[in-house]
Design a protein around this ligand. Sequence first.
Ligand code: ZN
Length: 212
Amino acid sequence: MIAVAVLMLLSFMGGMLTQRALTKTPQQDANLSYIDGIPVYTDFIPEGSRARPGQTREIKYLVIHETDNFSAGADAAAHNSFIHQNADADSGIVSWHYTVDDHEIYHHLPDTETAYHAGDMMTENGGNMNGIGIEMCVNEGGNYEQTLINTEKLCAQLCLSYNLNPDKALKKHQDFMEKVCPARLINEGRWDEFCAAVKQKYTELKAADAEN
Ligand SMILES: [Zn+2]
C-alpha cells in the first residue's frame, strides 16, 4: 500500500517536472523607467479601448517607424496625447508601444500585447501580431541624431529584456507592408548603420548584465 502511494507520488512529481520543463515562462512587460538616463514614461492607453486589442502574443520583432510628423512640437509627449485622444476613434485606429524623441520616451502599451502599427492585420509572424512598435520623432527643432541614439538604446534594452537576437528582431515597418517607413532612415541609406549600433549597444549591455 505504502509502495503504491510512493510510486504515485513519484509519478506525480515526475509529471510536474516534465510540465515545468515544457512550459515557457510567460513574457512580462519590461517595465522600464529609465534607459541610460533617458526617462521612459509609462502611460498605457485604457484597457478595452479600440486601439488596444489586448491580445497577448510572443514578442519576436522590434518594428521601427518614423512619425513623418515634421511640425515643431510633434515630440514623444505630443504623440502620447494623440494616441490617447484617438484610442476610441470611429476609424483610422492606430496604436504602437513606444515613441522616442531626442530627450524622452513614452510607453503607450504593454510590450506583451498586439497593436495596430504595421498595417498587416493580425497575420501570424506579422508586425502587429508579434512586433513591438517603436515610433521615432522627426519633429522640426528636434535632434534626429539624438533620437536615433535613444532608439538604439531602447532597442538594445528590449533585446536584452526579451532575449531577442538583434540580427533577427530588428525590422523596418517596410518589411511588413509597402510603405517607406522609417522614411528618413531608409532614404538616407542608414538602416544597416542603425542595426549595427543597436547590436553594439546590446553586446555591451549583455556583457554588463553577465557581470552583475
Ligand atoms: Zn511606420
